[in-house]
Ligand binder design. Structure first.
Ligand code: ATP
Length: 332
């Protein structure tokens, strides 16, 4: 069977890390027809739109995409392309696994948790306005429907992956209505999953506890903004953004992409770490039930990370050399 998958190379280091992920995925022998689409600055230049209809339609038709990071031009009043994609396609769950691999700058060798971030509301709706000249207001929206849906997703994921505990993070002591509603939703949904432990932790304490004792966490569910900040912080625990993959998952459609952005400081230098993009590819393969291929890549990647590294991991390999090492491992 051939899988049709939309491919977005993206901007900055996107084309380099996505090219690496595609090579590694193709080395599994899984038959894939990559439907390449362009979004972002290049699409704006060529087609006058940051997010052209044909790109959205490709994702809607294929239902699965692998995506590099994309730049939204600053100024010009453009809304973030990433946020637009997640909202237009209702990709309500942002799933970000944080797992230790054998690299020098991983702070703990046995972290294995998943951050489940609500992806459609909160401050990311971008409802902002000036109040006079000297004050600005951002509106934070939290709904019962979106809260219950993401919390249920977190519990279902815990069950599916045989995980034991869901930790909900919030700041309901201050934002009694909005975060209060998220917490209340958590307490309600938790009653439907009595086989899984449930706890709630205030976001500031959560940040400290996650750094001090990451092993205590299994699945963390968070509103949009806290989930975003917490996942970058958690990436720092395992060696940095070069190692953190993600999936934006809806009812029928999913887009897999690394947690990191375009990293313009290291773009076009052949030094970016493609691991996050490759791990996002592994998540994609599991999502389309190509589990054997996913495992083959993860094994080869883990071996390569143990013996070699890219510069962000204190190693010396270029993006291409690192990719070639994985391909060699896969050929064994
Ligand atoms: P954007 O504005 O698109 O979010 P950014 O540079 O502000 O881009 P990130 O791309 O998330 O933010 O990265 C922050 C820093 O982390 C980068 O400047 C880069 O040095 C490092 N980094 C991120 N991804 C990688 C990677 N894959 N390999 C190596 N270093 C990386």
């Amino acid at each position: 069977m051939t899988h049709n998958i939309t491919l977005i190379y993206g901007d900055g280091i996107g084309p380099e890390v996505i090219a690496s992920a595609v090579k590694v995925i193709e080395a599994t022998g899984i038959s894939i027809n990559w439907d390449k689409v362009i979004v972002g600055e290049k699409a704006l230049e060529d087609q006058g739109m940051l997010l052209p209809d044909y790109a959205i339609n490709s994702i809607k038709t294929n239902k699965v995409a692998l995506k590099g990071p994309v730049t939204t031009p600053v100024g010009g009043g453009f809304r973030s392309i990433n946020v637009q994609l997640r909202q237009t396609l209702d990709l309500y769950a942002n799933v970000r696994p944080i797992k230790s691999y054998p690299v020098k700058n991983c702070l703990y060798d046995d972290i294995d948790l998943v951050i489940v971030r609500e992806n459609t509301e909160d401050l990311y709706l971008g409802i902002e306005h000036m109040v006079g000249k000297d004050a600005a207001e951002s509106i934070k929206i939290i709904t019962r429907e979106a809260s219950e849906r993401i919390i249920r997703y977190a519990f279902d994921l815990a069950r599916k992956e045989n995980r034991k505990k869901v930790t909900l993070t919030h700041k309901a002591n201050i934002m009694k209505l909005s975060d209060g509603l998220f917490l209340e939703s958590g307490r309600k949904v938790a009653k439907e999953y009595e086989d899984i432990e449930f706890e709630d932790v205030i976001i500031d304490a959560m940040s400290m506890k996650l750094v001090q004792s990451p092993r205590n966490y299994d699945v963390i569910v968070a509103p949009n903004l806290y989930g975003d900040i917490l996942s970058d912080m958690a990436a720092g625990l395992i060696g940095g953004l070069g190692l953190a993959p993600g999936g934006n998952i809806g009812k029928e459609i999913a887009i897999f992409e690394a947690v990191h952005g375009t990293a313009p400081d290291i773009a076009n230098k052949n030094i970016a770490n493609p691991t996050s993009a490759i791990l996002s590819g592994i998540m994609l393969l599991r999502y389309i039930d190509e589990v054997e291929g996913a495992e083959k890549i993860e094994k080869a990647l883990t071996k390569t990370l143990k013996s070699h590294g890219t510069m962000d991991l204190g190693g010396s390999l270029s993006t291409d050399e690192f990719t070639d090492e994985i391909l060699k491992e896969m050929a064994f």
